[in-house]
Design a protein around this ligand. Structure first.
Ligand SMILES: C[S@@+](CC[C@H](N)C(=O)[O-])C[C@H]1O[C@@H](n2cnc3c(N)ncnc32)[C@H](O)[C@@H]1O
Length: 381
């Protein structure tokens, strides 16, 4: 270990839009405090153990950043000098490490995030040149150090990404189906349903199975960030023993308990094969039953449970017209065969969901890859 670690870290989780509150709750369960929901982000405080725990276990964020410094910023010069002076860079900025900088927000003379990022990068590499006569190279794909500068309210906040590769990549999904949900969005949607592994779960239009795979992993505590590396392992205050303890305790939680039926149904045989391959990749081939068929013929497993689905919503007008009968038939199917179940449906088009002829009891706005969607909840009588 190189340098002392602060007692409390100020951190930011970058999360899908609409999942801010759910992500804050997940982080709190992992030991974070001082949670503050922002747009597509959650601010929080954590000691090093909780920060490591969240990296290894949090399913909802894309990435977790740690704040390095904050300073007043009302001009380009403030930004340049503020970056150079906000922390002792000596242990952090070894020239052999590559870097990238991203920027958000604005300040006087700093209205373009690309320019702001460039200004920060220049401040960092100029500091290196002065100190060592050499500088880091910029690597936009796989940088060792990925900085983020946020400008706003006369302040600049400089953070560093501890995750590296996006946390939504779980490593179990070699195959993607047609329009897969991102794994962290799927995990957030499951969390919003409150499904806890005590009743059956089914997805009658399961695609590559992301909702069910995430649900099963959550119920069995197969934590998401175990078989991968993290950018924070390169940090000068990396605490290997604590990291290994957190990793071991996350691994030890994995359970093999029997779950109620989890059923994925999909019409397209090759997409269903993707789902099956993904469940093998996730070690869940014994946990989820995959079946090929039209959702119109779907018969739910015994008992009352939770239906989740993400039917196609069509990008073009013609496609949408053609999809109306699917929604209408889906509504008829659940009313006929799923009495007592609850249905959660991700909708990108209110006209199509109107064809279900059902009244939603909750409508939660979420963004699916930039498309404004609603996670709709129906109690089926
Ligand atoms: C938006 S995708 C679901 C993506 C899925 N959530 C994932 O993460 O991979 C919709 C899926 O519904 C399937 N589908 C369309 N019509 C269907 C039908 N009548 N019965 C069953 N599946 C159908 C499509 O083949 C497609 O895989």
């Amino acid at each position: 270990m190189g340098i002392p670690v602060p007692q409390r870290l100020n951190c930011i989780a970058v999360v899908p839009q609409g999942l801010e509150q759910a992500a804050a709750e997940e982080l709190q369960e992992l030991g974070a405090s001082g949670l503050k929901t922002l747009r597509r982000a959650v601010g929080f405080q954590a000691d090093l153990a909780s920060f490591y725990r969240a990296q290894r276990r949090a399913r909802l964020p894309f990435r977790l950043l740690r704040q390095l410094g904050s300073f007043p910023c009302r001009s380009r010069e403030d930004l340049y000098w503020g970056v150079q002076r906000c922390i002792d860079w000596e242990p952090w900025l070894k020239p052999k490490l590559s870097l990238r900088v991203d920027a958000t927000g604005s300040a006087p003379g700093l209205n373009h995030s690309h320019y702001s990022a460039l200004q920060v990068k220049n401040a960092l590499v100029d500091w290196q040149q002065q100190r060592w006569g050499e500088r880091s190279s910029v690597d936009l794909e796989q940088p060792d150090l990925s900085f983020h500068i946020h400008l706003g309210g006369g302040q600049a906040t400089l953070s560093i990404d501890g995750s590296g590769e996006s946390l939504h990549r779980r490593g179990y999904r070699p195959r993607m189906g047609l329009a897969p949900l991102k794994e962290n969005l799927a995990a957030g949607l499951i969390r919003l349903t409150g499904w806890d592994g005590s009743v059956p779960l089914a997805d009658p239009l399961c695609g590559s199975g992301t909702l069910l795979l995430e649900a099963a992993c959550m119920a069995l505590k197969r934590h998401s960030g175990l078989d991968r590396s993290f950018a924070l392992e390169q940090w000068p205050d990396f605490a290997r023993t604590l990291w290994e303890q957190e990793t071991a305790s996350a691994e030890a939680e994995a359970s093999d308990r029997a779950l109620p039926a989890i059923v994925g149904n999909e019409m397209d045989g090759s997409v269903l094969e993707d789902a099956r391959a993904n469940s093998i990749g996730a070690g869940l081939e014994q946990v989820i039953q995959w079946q090929q068929g039209d959702c119109r013929n779907f018969v739910p497993p015994e008992g009352r449970g939770v239906l989740v689905c993400n039917p196609p919503y069509g990008e073009r007008i013609g496609e949408r017209d053609a999809l109306e009968p699917l929604y209408s038939d889906l509504g008829a199917m659940v009313k006929e065969r799923c009495s007592g179940w609850s249905l959660w449906l991700l909708s990108g088009n209110p006209e199509l969901t109107g064809a279900l002829k059902m009244k939603a009891s909750r409508r939660i706005p979420v963004s699916n890859g930039g498309i404004d969607c609603r996670w709709l909840h129906y109690e089926i009588r």
